[in-house]
Design a protein around this ligand. Structure first.
Ligand code: ADP
Ligand code: TZD
Ligand code: MG
Length: 579
């Protein structure tokens, strides 16, 4: 390498201008492809890269931990349909980012993890380089695609491949390995500029076969008790108007999965969110739009789905998703925008109304459940229970429907999902397919940066702990993020007792009566301790009005939650446990 470098060493000022290097080429390639923001943590070998990217007009958001930067990039990908970029150092920084990359892939969010790496020659001979690790090999099984660029002249192609892999077909995470040496590689500037690739049509439309569309409509039309399930793939597709038109024209009740809430408003007359168990049990035809029949839908079978035989129609960009859990009688493979447009046009002018008795069953059940819940949401107990606190937050989102809600925890998640109605698409961001804790602050930061809207992050006290240090990041960038911590002194409840009788507390219990609000004050943000729903409401409204970084410690009764929230059925318990 050094021989090449010497041979092209500039002799004159003109010649100097005519050279470029790996640093510049990566930055130019990102800019050429409209990358506006990078989320990351600096260090060897990418410190100068971050600095230069900033100087070149890319917004570089520095985090306190790569996992949070990775989660930020992932949700930026979900919100924008462009791969979010996360930048890390080698080995440990890379590994810290990898959880987020794997999570993005699992959730079908497009992102690119770019990590600097050590010298290949030393890594491959395992001679103990600084932060030595064969990162490409480790990333490969955890993402959609993984690439390494060894020559500056390949940077353009490398980034183009990464972008296409992330957003085409089923979106997901991509790893791009950039060894330290690459950044310093020098080449002719003109040749360098020519080597860059502007990716044209990164996520090409995938048009469904007309026969598949007809088959799907025939099955839907034959239904006596049809149901549409909207998943986060439908939210991602940004085909909001057509999806709404299709659901309304069909007249069929719809059930939004967690991150599809708001695609049509939760208060829409066809929304069956509050009649979930009834519609899943009783439906005879179920059309899935961008939702998988994974654990979140009990794999399409068993008790949740009742005894009535069911036919499934599935719209998805991934052909292999079909028949993954149960038989799909009408698979429609394509991108959701194209599929829904094709369905709409094939429905023609006179689509029959959904069966009236079924609509009545659904709306009666829904209204009954909503009425049952209403008084619980209005209680003003202190310490608060979940319903009292969520009743307050629900009103706030109703009054501020364009705010973004980030949500994680167990009870804090499951109950907020049910209680807080959403009114607009892509406004609810949460733990997704893995039910992973730790997305909170990364998602909140990227949501604020990508959309410019106020963010309300509703966090279990445990959930918050996974990314809590990023409150400093929120203050540093002065982001309009209001974090509400449902502080019940622990995981699920704060009341467990160590069965051994030792002075260690139980494994699920934290320091009692902690004041998380002081954490925000430490960095110049606003901290509030709220003990009643009224106090909580006032503090959140103030935060949303001011746009100031705020953290509200919402004091929740430690006995109010239940183990594992609403998924206690998945929580194995020993029958042999000694009392
Ligand atoms: P949820 O958790 O909301 O049920 P999932 O993450 O399980 O949603 O499912 C999302 C599905 O959407 C995935 O199977 C993915 O392949 C699909 N998908 C994502 N984007 C698109 C798109 N643009 N067009 C079609 N399908 C998509
Ligand atoms: N680690 C990771 C990365 N993801 C997880 N989901 C868990 C651990 C296990 N876990 C849950 O599934 S929920 C949860 C943990 C630790 C925290 C629940 O406590 P909380 O919420 O305080 O956030 P509630 O309101 O007390 O139930
Ligand atoms: Mg808790």
């Amino acid at each position: 390498m050094s021989a090449t470098l010497q041979s092209i060493e500039p002799k004159t000022a003109d010649a100097e201008q005519a050279l470029t290097d790996g640093f510049h080429l990566v930055i130019d390639a990102l800019k050429l492809n409209d990358v506006k923001t990078i989320y990351g943590v600096p260090g060897i070998p990418i410190t100068d890269f971050g600095r230069m990217a900033q100087a070149a007009g890319i917004r570089v958001i520095s985090f306190r931990h790569e996992q949070n930067a990775g989660n930020a990039a992932a949700i930026a990908g979900f919100l924008t349909r462009k791969p979010g970029i996360c930048l890390t150092v080698s080995a440990p920084g890379f590994l810290n980012g990898l959880t987020a990359l794997a999570n993005a892939t699992t959730n079908c969010f497009p992102m690119i993890l770019i990590s600097g790496s050590s010298e290949r020659e030393i890594v491959d001979l395992q001679q103990g380089d600084y932060e030595e690790m064969d990162q490409l090999a480790i990333a490969k099984p955890l993402c959609k695609a993984a690439f390494r660029v060894l020559h500056a002249a390949d940077i353009g192609i490398g980034l183009a491949r990464a972008i296409r892999a992330a957003v085409s077909g089923r979106p997901g995470g991509v790893y791009l390995d950039l060894p330290a040496k690459l950044f310093g590689q020098v080449m002719n500037a003109e040749a360098g500029a020519k080597s860059l690739v502007k990716v044209i049509d990164a996520a090409p439309a995938q048009i469904p076969a007309p026969a598949a569309v007809k088959r799907a409509l025939d099955v839907l039309k034959s239904a006596k008790r049809p149901l549409i399930i909207l998943g986060k793939g439908a939210a991602y597709a940004q085909a909001d108007d057509d999806i709404r038109a299709f659901v309304e024209k069909s007249g069929v009740p719809f059930l939004p999965m967690s991150m599809a809430k708001g695609l049509l408003p939760d208060l829409h007359p066809q929304c069956a969110g509050a009649a979930r168990s009834t519609v899943l049990k009783e439906a005879d035809v179920v059309m899935l739009i961008g939702a998988r029949l994974n654990w979140l839908l009990s794999h399409g079978k068993g008790k949740t789905w009742g005894d009535a035989p069911k036919k499934f129609i599935q719209i998805d960009i991934e052909p292999k998703e079909m028949d993954s859990n149960v038989e799909i009688v009408a698979p429609v493979v394509g991108d959701i925008g194209s599929c829904v447009a094709a369905l709409l046009s094939a429905m023609g002018g006179n689509w029959p109304a959904a069966p009236a008795d079924w609509m009545k069953t659904v709306s009666t059940k829904r209204d009954e459940n909503i009425a049952k819940m209403a008084p619980r949401l209005m209680n003003n107990k202190s310490p608060m229970d979940y319903h009292g606190a969520l009743g307050a937050l629900r009103t706030i989102i109703k009054e501020r429907p364009d705010a973004i809600l980030v949500n994680e925890g167990a009870n804090t998640l499951d109950l907020a999902r049910g209680v807080i109605d959403m009114y607009q698409p892509r406004k609810r961001l949460d733990v997704g397919t893995w039910g992973v804790m730790g997305i909170g602050m990364g998602f909140a930061i990227a949501a604020a940066i990508e959309t410019g809207k106020p963010v309300l992050a509703v966090e279990g006290d445990s959930a918050f702990g996974f990314s809590g240090m990023e409150v400093e990041t929120i203050c540093r960038y002065d982001l309009p993020v209001c974090v509400v911590i449902f502080n019940n002194n622990g995981i699920y409840r704060g009341t467990d007792v160590n069965p051994s009788g030792s002075s260690d507390v139980a494994t699920t219990v934290f320091v009692k009566d902690s004041r998380y609000d002081k954490m925000m004050e430490a960095f110049g943000g606003v901290g509030v301790n709220a003990t009643t729903p009224d106090e909580l409401k006032r503090a959140v409204n103030e935060a949303m009005d001011s746009g100031k970084p705020t953290l509200i410690n919402a004091v929740i009764d430690p006995a109010a939650g239940s183990e594992s929230g609403r998924i206690g059925n998945l929580n194995p318990q020993s029958v042999l446990k000694k009392k």
